[in-house]
Design a protein. Sequence first.
Length: 419
Amino acid sequence: MGILSGFRVLDCSIAMAGPFAAQRLGDLGADVVKVEPVTGEWQRHVAAGGAEGNKVNVSFLSLNRNKRSLAVDLKNPDGKAVLLELVRTADVFLQNYRPGVAKRLGVDYETLSAINPRLVYVSMSGYGEDGPYVNRPGQDLVLQGMSGAMLSAGREGEPPTAAGQYLVDAVTAYTAFEGALAALLHRERTGEGQLVQVNMLDAITTLQMQELSVFTVGGKPQQRSAEPHAHVYIRSPYGAFATSDGFIIVAFPKLKTLGEVIGEESFLSMADDVDTWTRRDEIFAKTREKLVTKTSAEWLERLRAADIWCGPVYGYADLVADEQIRHNGTFVEYDHPTEGRVKTPGFPIKFSKTPSTVERGAPQVGEHTRQILAEAGYDAARIDSLLSSGAVGSLQGEGDAAGFSGGADVAPAGKEAAR
């Protein structure tokens, strides 16, 4: 039993941030009902990174495990009535509609909290629920650009440097996940639900707690270098350096020690607390010139022996095969009825008594509509009537018996091989 077993989440979100937050709750045992249109959430139908998968888009697949699908038309009065009935017994309602859409649909906090005062209502937006940017689209790269973070690395005069992942979406998802958990704790203590508001702009801004405080309190501007230094507020050398067969990371070593290891005599007389800032580009360039002469493995062995912080630069193939990743069971594998064997990152937190599990993969659209409505008290005739009118949708042969192999059969990818 997961730590959130017994809690029900109504996930009305789309794209990445909302579904990722809801999946986190499902990984901890919550019953997450993905409420989606009868045609399915839009992300089911678009390619992710050019990988179209089989019947389920891989992006959707990665963000919607441990959920059941309820296909319902919220613009149909009978369909909306179905959702409102489910709200009565729900613990969390999560949505990331653009501001104003929830109210137009009649699923805003005021409406739903009147039905269920214990409800934790998580509302996610791009910039906030109101204000001058309220109608702007909240997209990851747009928010990365606004955050200032893209000028905290890279060369002076070169284009801003974007993160290699959907950073803003991911940190927003984790922020919403934390907010939902905190609000549930409050409710368990007091019996009252509440509105939890999360926006992408605040999430990515507060992630930079140290960097922005160096600017606002310490008065230090973002000054990029001529060399590709990895962070404007960290002394040199700091970044990815080419070797004879790849790249490695070197992170702010003591200059004297580094000079001895790589054979750069000029470092021996430099001061760590002065020269690493005033001669940042010179130090970076000299380090680069030395490191390109040997292989990554040779340098990592020498640098680690000298207690210098360093590491490899991986691609995804390297990451998946890494011995620590395999030992940790970072990836999980399970069988999906349409996609076959799925391998995907798991839940990162380990609980000794209530471990997370993958009970089901990403659902097919409407796969659990009948099951969920039956649990809510709808009889077969009423369900058939809703299906006939188009208020809800259903997958023929729906239910957990439709081919998913999960629960005890799910294995952390590579865990056994690493032992």
